[in-house]
Design a protein around this ligand. Structure first.
Ligand SMILES: O=P(O)(O)OC[C@H]1O[C@H](O[C@H]2O[C@H](CO)[C@@H](O)[C@H](O)[C@H]2O)[C@H](O)[C@@H](O)[C@@H]1O
Length: 375
């Protein structure tokens, strides 16, 4: 499938070069036209902490843990079931709303966007253990046979590609800052917030700005964080290429403030980096006007799915960073946002699914519906 884009990234000073241009052959791109990268506003540690870091860290806690085959897996409390049921009145099950969704999908081009952790794989203590089942892999493979499908993850593109293991998909790693289609053309955002393109062989082709500095900066931050957190038991620092992730899931809660302080202090030296919060993880990423929502827009444009009237993007995700995509779909009134959660959560998604196993059932139902339609 051809990967095209008419999307004019808001981070580009001159959107013209990317217009009506096939990714990978952007020979008209200029390297000098780039708006300055916004800097994070400086703030005092206490302000930052009281303004929500610690609160946010606590709020990203799972409701309770239960041991399943040696992993602690997030599950909803029985006594929270009532609250969950009333939340679902506002965010109905996508599985139970299949008829409503397929009615909207009829005669439309569907594009599927799937988050990885917590959506295709269950949340577990060790990020390396977050494997998707072979049944899920088959469900994703089948869905991709009918609809262009993107995996959009906070993990690095390489890592999530390896975990999913399907070559026929689009992959958007580092929260959408590193995109690659099945044809092998990649678009990533450099430290100036500019799009950089890489061709099938992995060689850099027509790039908008040199990308080296940004990768180095994240890599340096990653290494510093590994060094600084090695005394804090349970901390895991992950290098996600355009993002460094500090996991505190396995850290004693009394040490969370130390982690927050440490990350805050480090960021004083990096005004072009900022923090976002995920599920028991602090994600250090560039201050660029790019998120999963922008990546979805970019991919839809790349696919030539620009006419909102005959396109239906379906986005399934479980985390805060997925809210940017839900928000974008809501604003454009053009898609189906599905939050994966077994507990009530504030969300811009309209529908919900309880856990990855329901995600799998939903994907299977979508394929079954499409087969019936085509028959
Ligand atoms: O956008 P996603 O695909 O959802 O990635 C977000 C982060 O997911 C991973 O961390 C989360 O899942 C881990 C494994 O279940 C869990 O241990 C951790 O607490 C969660 O935050 C991944 O490790 C991160 O790099 C991603 O940024």
């Amino acid at each position: 499938m051809e990967l095209k884009s008419t999307h004019s990234s808001p981070v580009l000073a001159d959107p013209a070069p990317i217009n009506k241009t096939r990714l990978g052959i952007l020979s008209t791109l200029s390297s000098s036209k780039c708006i300055p990268v916004p800097r994070r506003k400086p703030g005092k540690l206490d302000e930052a902490l009281s303004n929500g870091w610690l609160d946010a860290m606590k709020a990203s806690s799972p409701p309770r843990k239960k041991l399943i085959k040696g992993y602690s897996v997030e599950v909803a409390l029985d006594d929270a079931e009532t609250a969950y049921c009333s939340w679902k009145i506002k965010h109905p099950s996508a599985l139970k709303s299949m008829q409503q969704i397929t009615k909207r999908a009829k005669n439309k081009k569907i594009a599927i966007f799937l988050d990885y952790d917590g959506t295709l794989s269950p949340i577990v203590d060790n990020p390396d253990d977050a494997l998707m089942s072979s049944e899920m892999r088959l469900a994703v493979k089948n869905v991709a046979e009918f609809f262009p499908t993107t995996i959009i993850s906070g993990r690095s593109r390489d890592k999530v590609h390896k975990l999913v293991g399907l070559t026929e998909l689009y992959y958007a790693g580092s929260h959408g800052m590193d995109i690659m289609g099945p044809v092998g053309v990649t678009a990533s955002i450099d430290h100036h917030g500019c799009v950089k393109l890489t061709d099938r062989q992995g060689e850099e082709s027509k790039q908008y700005q040199p990308a080296g500095e940004f990768l180095q900066m994240i890599d340096k931050v990653f290494r510093t964080l590994v060094e600084k957190t090695k005394g804090i038991r349970g901390t895991i620092v992950e290098n996600n290429k355009f993002c460094a992730s500090v996991h505190y899931r396995n850290v004693d809660e009394k040490n969370w403030r130390t982690i927050a302080r440490l990350v805050h202090n480090l960021l004083k030296d990096y005004p072009h980096l900022q923090i976002t919060h995920g599920r028991k993880v602090l994600e250090i990423r560039p201050v660029v006007d790019w998120d999963k929502g922008k990546a979805v827009e970019f991919l839809l444009d790349s696919l030539g799915f620009t006419n909102q009237a005959d396109v239906l993007p379906i986005y399934i995700g479980d985390d805060r960073t997925d809210e940017d995509a839900f928000k974008m779909l809501g604003k454009k009134k053009c898609g189906v946002g599905i939050l994966v959660s077994s507990v009530p959560k504030e969300t811009k998604a309209f529908y919900s699914l309880r856990d990855p196993s329901e995600v799998m059932e939903f994907l299977k139902s979508l394929v079954a519906w499409k087969k019936m339609e085509d028959a």
